[in-house]
Design a protein around this ligand. Structure first.
Ligand code: ATP
Length: 900
């Protein structure tokens, strides 16, 4: 079927074509039926590389090529045991790689479904929010600023609608939309009467009929063309991949030299060749990239469990280095459950009882005497403006009262009902005819109402802003007089100092809709009063702020709210250094605007609270902090926060209250909007980095040790203490059974009591490099000594090698426990606190018993059973090596303690 060109038809024809209704939308039944017919509104999952291809990809690695060539050559030389072992290693490696990759992908896949996109539709005449997967062609979809367009829509109504279509066209300037039919041949980028799935609404609102969904949309088309290219790559994995490639090349060269040297010394060519291969295989840390990926994936899963959903993998790494968290106040540090507590008018102050959204409570004076709504005209008008200049709704479902919409507005509805106003009657008596919606930049909202044959402009918003719009104030009897700005500001200050959010209200008559324009009514509204509401801090916020401070992370509050309210809440949360704000701890948006470029970064660094900040200023704040070397996590929820979220090292969006635009720009989404979750994610980020470092510290000495043993033996022309096939065995079994278990290591205690990691700092500090060299030299010396001792004391070569092989593995197992903490002693962290390690060690022990005592294994690997005394020597030597490592750790701890 060819797609009808919806942009070429007038809106009413599109409505007919799709058998829908431009006002009531589809019926529920019809929507359900169409969902069955057209399928869900999701992009077709990019055909995942087929199983075979993904399996084959595991062999696409320089090291594997080397092994495969070696396997073929050894088979050609009739060294079938060796070639079988080599092929065995290749297969096991591929299987492990395959399983890990699939797990990591599944973990990331799972995350995607945690952040769901919702769409506003009208069905059966009722507005509702549905998951965007459930949209069907014919649905009437409502759009407003901040929404992500959920399907391709033919617009039927628009008000100042602007859409950023860069996802589709690459053009980032917002496009103005309207409903006028266009010529059939209009190209996609110019179809102004259509909006396309995946694009973002940056301003205004509108409604449209879904004409195509899922894979049929323009986005679906592009998706089909390019396929989804999700990678598991981060700066760190890229660096490590490069490191292991370079290492592979270096080691191969070394192996070639070893082989050449052996041949020149007229040693057996086949033996030298396999030894050179063993050197290569032993020395290359082939498990490294896989271990990094799996550690990151486990980190992502742990963060998701704590309600922080990672959208871009590099964020996992960056989180651990965060030095500043810039957070919103409303909803993140506070509950966003507003209750109006005080109403102030020029001639009265009224207290309101009751908390929450249930309209149970009353108005009374300071003396406790009830105050009727009619007590003064200013009081009544303040409540009427609050109730009518309002887009929220108060609902009563299943016995509980709820607010649909903005909690600030919800609180104003609740207090109006408490005062005795009938919301439905009000809306009927004064129908709204136009709206100037609230925005963080505008800081007020205004509505135009019809009042008989006249019109009324009602406005509410931030106090300073409303004082600009008002020229007079209303008295007790409804008369207007000169505005006493100073008195209003004094009242507002005393209310905000109590941590209350204060909004002002104003009203004005108008002769017609043309007067509903800021240029016309600015300065001429009559101020009626203030409403002050409480938004209690979240219970978990203060402890989380304290935890951040202990972890060396500064917390800054960035809010659109009044400085007084913000300061009071910040003090309750412990944001200030010594409990009380100092002179430079609070900056206002206006202060920021006047600061010179030189003073700006320092002022920003000192301040803890930024009040009345506009989204545009947030971007500059992030940049200033970054210029001072900070790694910044920044929260945001609105459309205009997107640039700051992108600029921040970690952009954090709110899963519940945030707009789709903000989520799109963010690296991490908090599914509970709670500040404490950011702190939890930072903690997990630190743990991920620790575990990576632990794995590397464990794996490198093994590799270096194995390489060195072979290299030394060939160099001095001595008997090999360990055979190539045995090295392959060690590498293969320990990497899986022992090393990988470090990825499951729980967080160390005290992870949040040390300063953030410097991102410039190399992964391995000098101390760790020394430890790696120490352990590898000890490993080589111990294995060599034991091998010679066993030989000298009458053991066969096979038995002596078996002893050396077991020593290698036992030392690695002991060292694994040491690597569980980079600084603390292995005993302090509890030997059994990671069950995975116990499991791994048990499996490894059984494998060692098998290779030592099973006749079949003896034949394949050239090993021989060894006696109890040999085991005693192995464990003694391993214990000595472990004690030396423990001593190194202890000395380092003492040195560090001494230095600080
Ligand atoms: P944060 O940035 O911490 O989320 P915020 O919610 O206070 O804080 P904005 O939403 O930008 O920030 O609000 C700024 C100011 O605008 C508020 O302090 C309040 O005075 C006023 N305001 C908030 N919501 C409304 C609204 N719905 N209608 C009118 N004015 C509002």
């Amino acid at each position: 079927m060819t797609q009808p060109a919806h942009h070429g038809l007038p809106a009413h024809e599109v409505v007919l074509l799709l058998e829908t209704d431009p006002h009531c939308g589809l019926s529920d039944g019809e929507a359900h039926e169409r969902l069955e017919r057209f399928g869900p509104n999701t992009l077709p999952v990019a055909a995942r590389a087929s199983l075979v291809r993904r399996a084959l990809r595991q062999f696409h690695h320089p090291l594997i090529y080397v092994l495969l060539v070696a396997g073929v050559i050894t088979a050609g030389l009739h060294e079938f045991v060796d070639s079988t072992v080599i092929f065995g290693v290749v297969v096991v490696n591929a299987v492990v790689g395959f399983v890990q990759e699939s797990k990591a992908e599944a973990a990331l896949e799972g995350l995607r479904s945690m952040v769901r996109t919702l769409a506003k539709v009208v069905r059966g005449g009722l507005q509702r929010t549905v998951p965007s997967e459930d949209l069907v062609p014919g649905d009437l979809v409502l759009l407003e600023s901040g929404d992500k367009v959920p399907a391709d829509l033919r617009l039927v109504r628009t008000t100042e609608l602007r859409v950023n279509e860069s996802a589709l066209t690459g053009e980032s300037a917002p496009v103005h939309k309207d409903v006028v039919a266009l010529p059939q041949t209009t190209p996609v980028a110019d179809r102004r009467n259509m909006v396309f799935s995946g694009t973002l609404v940056t301003a205004g609102h509108g409604a449209g009929i879904a004409v195509s969904t899922g894979g049929e949309t323009e986005l679906g088309e592009i998706h089909r063309l390019v396929g989804a290219a999700e990678t598991l790559s981060t700066p760190l994995t890229a660096k490590l991949a490069w490191f292991s490639k370079a290492l592979t090349v270096g080691i191969l060269a070394l192996a070639a030299v070893t082989f050449a040297a052996g041949v020149l010394r007229r040693q057996d060519a086949v033996e030298t060749f396999t030894a050179a291969i063993a050197l290569a295989v032993g020395a290359i840390p082939e498990g490294l990239p896989a271990a990094v990926t799996i550690t990151l994936a486990i980190g992502v899963a742990r963060m998701a469990k704590r309600r922080a959903v990672i959208r871009r993998l590099p964020a996992v790494e960056t989180l651990g280095s965060t030095t500043v968290i810039c957070t919103d106040k409303t909803g993140t540090l506070t509950e966003n459950q507003m209750t109006v507590q005080v109403i102030w008018t020029p001639d009265a102050e009224v207290e309101v009882t009751g908390t929450g959204y249930a309209p149970a409570g009353a108005l009374h004076g300071p003396d406790g005497a009830p105050i009727p709504i009619k007590a003064t005209a200013a009081l009544r008008w303040s409540l009427v403006v609050g109730a009518c200049c309002n887009d929220a709704a108060l609902t009563h479902d299943d016995g509980s009262w709820q607010v649909v919409g903005d909690p600030t507005e919800g609180a104003m509805l609740v207090v109006a009902v408490k005062a005795g106003l009938n919301l439905a009657q009000l809306a009927e008596g004064m129908p709204r005819v136009a709206t100037i919606p609230f925005s963080s930049e505008r800081q007020y909202m205004a509505t135009l109402h019809q009042d008989g044959t006249d019109y009324l402009v009602l406005a509410k918003g931030a106090v300073e802003r409303m004082l600009e719009l008002c020229g007079t104030q209303m008295g007790a009897d409804g008369e207007v007089g000169p505005l006493d700005r100073a008195a209003v500001l004094r009242a507002a200050d005393s209310l905000t100092a109590r941590g209350l959010r204060v909004l002002a209200a104003g009203v004005r008559g108008a002769s017609g809709p043309d007067e509903f324009n800021e240029a016309v009514f600015a300065g001429s509204l009559a101020f009626t009063g203030l409403q002050a509401m409480l938004d209690p801090p979240r219970a978990a916020a203060a402890p989380a702020v304290a935890a951040c401070h202990t972890a060396g992370i500064a917390v800054k509050m960035i809010t659109g709210d009044h400085a007084g309210t913000a300061t009071a809440i910040a003090a309750q949360l412990g944001l200030f250094d010594h409990g009380e704000p100092t002179a430079d701890a609070v900056l206002r948006g206006t202060d920021l605007a006047t600061l010179g470029a030189d003073d700006y970064p320092d002022a920003v660094r000192e301040a803890k609270v930024f009040a009345r900040v506009t989204p545009a200023q947030k971007l500059r704040l992030v940049q200033a902090l970054q210029a001072r070397g900070h790694v910044v996590a920044m929260t945001g929820d609105g459309v205009n926060d997107a640039p700051a979220l992108r600029q921040a090292n970690i952009g954090v969006a709110m899963g519940r209250s945030g707009t789709e635009v903000a989520k799109d720009a963010a690296d991490m989404v908090l599914t509970d909007d709670d500040f404490a979750t950011i702190e939890a994610a930072v903690e997990e980020g630190r743990a991920v980095f620790d575990n990576l470092t632990k794995f590397i510290t464990w794996t490198l000495p093994t590799n270096i040790g194995e390489g060195l043993v072979i290299l030394a033996a060939i160099a001095v022309g001595a008997e090999l203490p360990i055979l190539p096939t045995q090295i392959l065995w060690i590498n293969m079994t320990t990497a899986i059974a022992l090393g990988l278990m470090l990825a499951f290591e729980p967080k160390e205690a005290g992870i949040m009591t040390r300063p953030p990691r410097d991102p410039e700092h190399p992964l391995l500090s000098r101390g760790l490099v020394t430890r790696i060299l120490l352990v590898s030299s000890l490993l080589v010396a111990a294995a060599w000594w034991l091998f010679e001792w066993e030989l000298g004391n009458g053991a066969t070569v096979s038995a002596a090698r078996t002893a050396a092989l077991n020593l290698f593995v036992v030392v690695e197992a002991f060292y694994l426990f040491s690597c569980r903490s980079l600084t603390r002693s292995a005993l302090r962290i509890g030997l059994f606190s990671n069950r995975w390690i116990i499991l791994g060690v048990t499996v490894q022990a059984m494998a060692q018993l098998a290779i030592t005592y099973l006749p079949a294994m003896n034949t394949v690997f050239d090993t021989a059973p060894i006696g109890i005394p040999a085991w005693a020597r192995i464990f003694t030597v391993a214990t000595v090596v472990t004690l030396v490592v423990a001593l190194d750790k202890l000395l380092r701890r003492v040195w560090l303690a001494h230095r600080s």
